[in-house]
Design a binder for this molecule. Structure first.
Ligand code: ADP
Ligand code: MG
Length: 278
């Protein structure tokens, strides 16, 4: 598989802060993956996100994005390849209308007017927001705002989309809308997705999970491996998925269930087959 991001032994310390915000961080991201990045508040996730977008540079170690080594000369090239969506929908708008907002990044890249208009409409169609073209962003719901933010990123045709808690301020409906939108776009454009999230039901469905703790990579693996660490995650201050909690509670009561189960559907099926159909 093609390696799109390679982070090697990266250290980063904020001026005047004690200790590292990132300490010897190493991981790779491959083309087409959905990687969930999880960890307690302050574990360094946003610092890492900002580094991948060239807002911070490694003080030791190296970062490569789409074949470009992260340095002052390459940040504009790198920013074409990686689109970011942040937590607060209200802080992401620069335009007075939805259309202007999506056009902004394209204008910055000097895209000709006609192509710009086409790309804006196309991107808004993909997030099902084309009918809001002339609306003022503050009239939109949180989920709609984040979908416009995704359209702004998408219009730039990136290879990677990085969501930094992009759904955490949304209600369950808005959250589902945004994740569904990203999933559809990922398939359609073979995007690579890095999602910093507290939403375990989302992380369970990722291809790979990276757990950060105190600025370091604590663990990485497929969701089954990571959520199999249950007690260790709880000690890091992380929650574990509902199905895993329920499975453990059943096991404590002496009801045998496979330790591989990650979601409610698998759990219900197994309980039904093992214990109810006799
Ligand atoms: P997370 O996104 O996982 O919550 P952050 O990357 O925001 O973690 O923070 C990692 C560490 O860096 C924390 O100790 C935080 O207090 C510190 N930090 C984050 N941003 C700044 C900043 N702008 N200046 C100084 N310290 C910061
Ligand atoms: Mg953060």
């Amino acid at each position: 598989m093609e390696k799109l991001i390679s982070v090697k032994n990266v250290y980063f310390q904020y001026p005047g802060q004690e200790g590292y915000a990132l300490e010897n961080v190493t991981f790779d991201v491959f083309a087409g993956e959905w990687v969930a990045l999880v960890g307690h508040n302050g574990s360094g996730k946003s610092t890492l996100a900002k580094m991948l977008n060239g807002l911070h540079f490694p003080q030791k170690g190296s970062v490569e994005v789409c074949g470009y080594e992260l340095n002052e000369q390459n940040i504009w090239e790198i920013r074409k390849h990686i689109g970011m969506v942040f937590q607060n929908p209200d802080n992401q708008f620069v335009g007075t209308t939805v259309e202007d907002d999506v056009a902004f990044g394209l204008e910055n890249q000097g895209i000709p007017r006609e192509e710009m208009v086409n790309r804006v409409i196309e991107a808004l169609k993909h997030v099902k927001m084309e009918q809001f073209l002339n609306q003022e962003p503050h009239h939109l719901s949180g989920g709609q705002k984040q979908r416009v933010a995704i359209a702004s990123v998408l219009a730039l045709r990136p290879s990677i989309i990085l969501l930094d808690e992009a759904t955490s301020m949304l209600d369950p409906k808005g959250r589902a809308e945004v994740i569904e939108t990203v999933k559809t776009l990922k398939e359609r454009y073979q995007l690579t997705v890095i999602s910093i999230t507290h939403d375990l039901e989302e992380a369970v469905k990722a291809d790979r999970v990276i757990v950060m703790n105190g600025g370091k990579v604590f663990s990485e693996g497929v969701p089954k491996e990571i959520f199999g660490l249950d007690e260790q995650l709880v000690q890091l201050g992380l929650d574990i998925p509902f199905a895993v909690k329920l499975r453990k509670a059943l096991q404590e009561k002496g009801i045998s269930v496979s330790s591989q189960l990650m979601n409610e559907e698998e759990l219900v099926n197994e309980l039904w087959t093992l214990h109810c159909s006799k």
